[in-house]
Design a protein around this ligand. Structure first.
Ligand SMILES: Nc1ncnc2c1ncn2[C@@H]1O[C@H](COP(=O)(O)OP(=O)(O)OP(=O)(O)O)[C@@H](O)[C@H]1O
Ligand SMILES: [Mg+2]
Length: 234
């Protein structure tokens, strides 16, 4: 299986001069097509920083990020923008929907930004909304949706441009455990069905059986850990 996402000895320093803190300390991770990796670890460990760097939302202090065969570490902001739009789907802890856009328009905006708003994009939006159980909500605004529905819109939006990489930062944090499990099951299905590479940061150890691999982050360092160490009982 081919490597879809590679982070190679990534470091991230925050601050300047005397007050510099190294939040990531030579972190490496390889994710293959069709693989769903969970990142767990204590608050402040560097998980969100790591995910933001993997998604080209934040640049590393040193190290390489490779997406497919392309090293993105040296790209310009404009080039990174395109990569984010076309190759990466990001799902945040809160859905981050735009209040004045309907559910369908949240998805179409993504196509528009990528310069591909056409009939095909409209069909794809409708198909995704159907798949995520939102067909009856397409013309609703975020304020009239439940937390679970909003998070499913955020997932549909992340899939809109058919990205090869899906990154999710605590996507179930605002959901009850049943809804949360639904959301993670959808992510897992998409990874398998369309051979995506996915990384999910989570505090919810009950979701780990849906992932292929669990890595543990502590104090800016990443280590492989078998899921059963963290989650002995299902
Ligand atoms: N922009 C920033 N400037 C300075 N320090 C930062 C910045 N962003 C994050 N940090 C620091 O980096 C460390 C890691 O933060 P990060 O958000 O990656 O942790 P996390 O593992 O996602 O934690 P949580 O589980 O609470 O979300 C923290 O100590 C945080 O204070
Ligand atoms: Mg975080």
């Amino acid at each position: 299986m081919s490597t879809q996402l590679l982070l190679d000895k990534v470091t991230k320093d925050f601050g300047d001069g005397d007050t510099t803190v190294q939040v990531l300390k030579h972190v490496s991770l390889e994710v293959k097509a069709g693989e769903f990796v969970a990142v767990v670890g204590p608050s402040g460990a560097g998980k969100s920083t790591f995910l933001s760097i993997a998604g080209a939302l934040l640049s590393p202090t040193s190290g390489r990020i490779v997406i497919g065969n392309q090293d993105i570490s040296t790209l310009s902001d404009k080039q990174l923008n395109r990569i984010r739009l076309q190759r990466i789907g990001f799902i945040f802890q809160s859905a981050n929907l735009i209040p004045y856009l309907t559910v369908r328009d949240q998805l179409l905006l993504i196509a528009e930004l990528a310069g591909s708003r056409n009939k095909e994009a409209e069909n794809r939006a409708d198909e995704l909304l159907l798949r995520l159980g939102l067909a009856h909500r397409t013309d609703h605004y975020p304020e009239s949706l439940s937390g679970g529905e909003r998070q499913r819109v955020a997932i549909a939006r992340a899939w809109m441009n058919n990205p090869e990489i899906i990154l999710a930062d605590e996507p179930t944090a605002s959901l009850d455990s049943e809804r949360g499990r639904d959301v993670v099951e959808m992510l897992a299905d998409e990874v398998k069905l369309r051979q995506k590479a996915a990384v999910m940061v989570t505090h919810d150890l009950r979701m780990l059986d849906l992932c292929d691999r669990v890595v543990y982050m502590e104090d800016g360092m990443l280590s492989e850990r078998p899921a059963e160490v963290l989650h002995p009982i299902h």
